[in-house]
Design a protein. Structure first.
Length: 399
């Protein structure tokens, strides 16, 4: 009865369901403890963990109030990840802001992180510098989109944020005014967005890619509709004036000059993600295969990522030693890191949440990246400068 009363009296916030570990903390005696495995990014229990997945004040042994600024550097100390040298968890979204509907997309825009949720809300997190020298993310705004944001794109020159919605709408927000524009025409979810030579391209599960132009007098106009030869489109990527389309039946290629299909690479498994590395295109398949193609469409590399389905992908560059890396998100909150172009598996780490990783965002110029998940989790990871001989932070080595 006491447990039920505590659960019912917890105030609802954006449909928030109390985190199970926080619920257990409220019903146990003794000092509250933070899960050490969660701090390291290794906790596999997720919501079932009996320790707190929130920062705990080291002096009062109580959960840190969520209105207190969270400095990952201060709260999590120098806890480096066990499997990935120099990688440490710096910040995690406060539990009262973690939406159980999950994160569907995310994008960085200047010093702000936009996060799209499955319930049709868009959260805006802004980075702030703390007096201690660390930095923090604070929720500064929320926008009701009315439909799940399947894809997000920020164009720095026009300062426009584009949201590809599940309802088939591309919604454009401008920083210089409070209005927005809806681009209509797709008959399915808008899965991917990109800017190519001042044109906006949007792909959809309806099997089309639309090309949009803009002028001050008429706004956005659909200039062309490209039909996919290989079914619904999950991702698009422009490389050497060729539009690559990740489709349910393989990879399709379209000339951006003529806006006509130039070929395709059929496969038994659909392509779910696309990424670029130098002049190569990396295609992620639904069966866990990763294939790399050159500009002419020849396959130069093929690997299977640990036998796991890939739910998110990003190509990053290590901020300290310059190594290019391919980060692959999986179910259970796991992320695999491959060194490029060697395709050497550097290791794996876990976000501490059981849900699939839905987005990986590079936070450059900060030496950090973010992982977002299907349980509403947003985690910031920092790269420390590591002594390659001793595998210790250089600050510790020099000290």
């Amino acid at each position: 009865a006491q447990a039920r009363r505590i659960k019912l009296e917890t105030p609802a916030f954006f449909g928030y369901i109390p985190h199970h570990s926080a619920f257990l903390m409220a019903n146990r005696s003794g000092p509250v403890q933070t899960c050490h495995m969660w701090v390291q990014g290794n906790c596999q229990r997720g919501n079932l963990c009996r320790f707190s997945h929130q920062p705990v004040d080291r002096y009062t042994a109580s959960v840190v109030p969520q209105d207190r600024p969270l400095s990952g550097i201060r709260l999590f100390g120098k806890c480096a990840h066990a499997n990935i040298p120099g990688l440490k968890k710096s910040w995690s979204v406060p539990e009262q802001h973690r939406r159980q509907c999950g994160v569907s997309s995310a994008v960085i825009a200047n010093d702000r992180l936009y996060v799209g949720h499955g319930d049709g809300h868009l959260s805006l997190w802004k980075s702030t510098t703390l007096p201690t020298g660390g930095w923090d993310l604070q929720l500064c705004n929320e926008i009701v989109l009315g439909s799940n944001a399947r894809s997000l794109l920020f164009h720095s020159e026009s300062k426009a944020l584009f949201c590809g919605l599940q309802a088939g709408i591309v919604r454009c927000f401008r920083e210089d005014n409070a209005t927005h524009a809806d681009l209509l025409g797709h008959g399915g979810a808008v899965t991917s967005l990109l800017i190519q030579e001042s044109k906006l391209l949007s792909s959809s599960t309806d099997g089309t890619c639309r090309v949009w132009t803009h002028d001050a007098a008429h706004g956005f106009t659909c200039a062309a509709v490209i039909q996919s030869p290989l079914g619904p489109i999950s991702a698009i990527l422009a490389n050497s004036m060729v539009l690559w389309m990740g489709c349910s039946k393989g990879v399709g290629c379209v000339s951006l000059h003529a806006l006509q299909a130039t070929g395709g690479i059929e496969a038994s498994a659909g392509v779910t993600k696309l990424a670029s590395f130098q002049d190569m295109v990396i295609a992620i398949y639904a069966d866990g295969a990763i294939r790399m193609f050159d500009a002419s469409g020849w396959e130069s590399k093929s690997v299977y990522c640990c036998g796991k389905a890939i739910t998110a992908v990003a190509v990053l560059r290590h901020p300290h030693h310059g190594q290019h890396m391919l980060l692959c998100g999986h179910g259970g909150g796991c992320v695999s890191i491959y060194d490029l172009p060697e395709w050497k598996l550097q290791g794996e780490f876990c976000s501490g949440y059981n849900g699939a990783v839905s987005a990986i965002v590079d936070l450059a110029p900060l030496p950090a990246f973010a992982t977002c998940g299907a349980l509403g989790d947003v985690v910031i990871w920092l790269w420390e400068d590591i002594d390659p001989l001793q595998s210790k932070p250089l600050a510790q080595t020099m000290g």
